[in-house]
Design a protein around this ligand. Structure first.
Ligand code: NAD
Length: 406
């Protein structure tokens, strides 16, 4: 990401001072989280919240619970959120949080106490106008409900807009669950238009079948794409005539893995990415398309549903092959966009229909795609660098106007 930021900053002609400002997190907080465990013993966990940049509005970004959380990772992810929010022009900066813990060995009660004490620790920097967290790895609607309740008890009023990704009954937004997959579907359609193809002329391979991959594949099938392959971490299934996505997702729901699905062939994870197809949607984990396999990718278009699925070296190979890569900060921004809608609805106290949400999401994603495409054409760069130029340019413009208060 640092490399991509530098290239965008070069194109924009940013001076070194401004580059330093944009690279440096605005605020970082590390908190001790003492928690009484179910066995009666006290344990102290460590939590972080990094606010990378709040020049355009409150920080936005998830909170993850994992044993390998560390400050460097949280910093990098917070910066990523700044650029993602700016690409789709949301009035937010980027933030990220994490707690070092292993949720697989913690009870619900312990998780609740960790969440509440972590929230109390970072309370002074949270708030609808300051920093609005969301779920991430190993956190969910329930975690967000605890966070919202803890914050509300401290400020002595119910404040739903302090966090997004909440259950609908607690101020969540309709359409949030499928927003990232919907954004993937929309950006795929716009990318194909650019190369003169229609969804019903294309075959699609999707890596990952969770919130992004599974829902994205379902929505893409409804648009007319032929989904020939989808995977989870255990198995990848392939049928060149096209998979029946509702059937695949029903199987996955019942069996929790794709292993044993009989209506398609099974291929290895490595083979899946190299299957013949027009569109490849990596929607699982990072670093999947690397210098080791990029040359053998057959897709004409790659839609990055996951964060960071393509390495910088692979990017160069794909560019030389003429593959159109729609970068993560654009392709998977549907989720944060509907999180923004959730915050807007909570603040207004007025809730939209799912149709309203989807129409507004569509407009933002389509505008963002074409804004990035125009920037990439102007500077003769890839869509990825075009997206960084849009994002870094928007944040830099704010600094130039606001100046530096001293
Ligand atoms: P998820 O947990 O719902 O699903 C992940 C899927 O990837 C599962 O099918 C899992 O089996 C599969 N998977 C895990 N490891 C794999 C591996 N090594 N090889 C192949 N498949 C593997 O997660 P999600 O919410 O769909 O997120 C997927 C990616 O999208 C992540 O990179 C996430 O950061 C990113 N993302 C998600 C959202 C969102 O709104 N959910 C928004 C932006 C970005």
């Amino acid at each position: 990401m640092a490399e991509r930021f530098n290239i965008a900053a070069d194109h924009l002609g940013l001076d070194n001072g401004l580059r330093d400002i944009l690279r440096t997190p605005d605020r970082e907080m590390t908190v001790a989280i003492p928690v009484k465990m179910d066995d009666g013993n006290m344990r102290v966990f460590t939590g972080y919240r990094v606010q990378h940049n709040f020049s355009r509005g409150p920080c936005k970004g998830g909170i993850r619970f994992a044993p390998d959380v560390n400050l460097d990772e949280v910093r990098a992810l917070a910066a990523w959120m700044t650029w993602k929010c700016a690409v789709v022009d949301l009035p937010f900066g980027g933030g990220k949080g994490g707690v070092i813990c292993d949720p697989s060995v913690l009870s619900q009660g312990e998780l609740e106490r960790i969440t509440r004490r972590y929230t109390t620790g970072i309370l002074d920097i949270l708030g609808p106008d300051r920093d609005v967290p969301a779920p991430d790895v190993n956190t969910n609607e329930q975690t967000m409900a605890w966070l919202m309740d803890t914050y509300s008890m401290h400020v002595r009023r119910t404040t739903t807009a302090v966090v997004t990704g909440k259950p609908i009954v607690l101020g969540g937004s309709r359409g949030r669950a499928e927003a990232t997959g919907r954004g993937v579907m929309i950006t795929a359609r716009e990318a194909l238009k650019k190369i003169g193809m229609r969804p019903n002329q294309t075959t699609v391979v999707v890596q990952g079948s969770g919130n992004v991959g599974g829902i994205g594949a379902m929505l893409m099938q409804r648009e007319g794409h032929k989904i020939v392959s989808i995977s989870d971490q255990f198995s990848a299934i392939y049928n060149e005539k096209g998979l029946d996505m509702p059937d695949v997702l029903a199987y996955l729901k019942a069996n929790r893995k794709l292993t044993g699905y009989t209506k398609a062939a099974h291929v290895s994870a490595a083979e899946q990415l190299e299957l013949p197809c027009d569109v490849l949607v990596p929607a699982a984990v990072e670093n999947q398309i690397t210098s080791a396999n990029a040359q053998r990718i057959t897709a004409k278009v790659i839609i990055e549903g996951a964060n960071g699925p393509t390495t910088a070296k692979a990017d160069q190979i794909l560019e030389s092959k003429g593959v159109l890569v729609v970068p993560d900060i654009l392709a998977n921004a549907g989720g944060v966009t509907v999180s923004y809608f959730e915050w807007v609805q909570d603040r207004a106290g007025f809730f939209w229909t799912e149709e309203d949400v989807n129409t507004r999401l569509e407009r933002i994603m389509v505008d963002a795609f074409h804004g990035v495409d125009a920037m990439a054409s102007k500077y003769k760069t890839s869509l990825r660098i075009g997206a960084y130029i849009v994002a870094v340019g928007r944040v830099a413009a704010v600094y130039k106007l606001r100046g530096s208060y001293a």
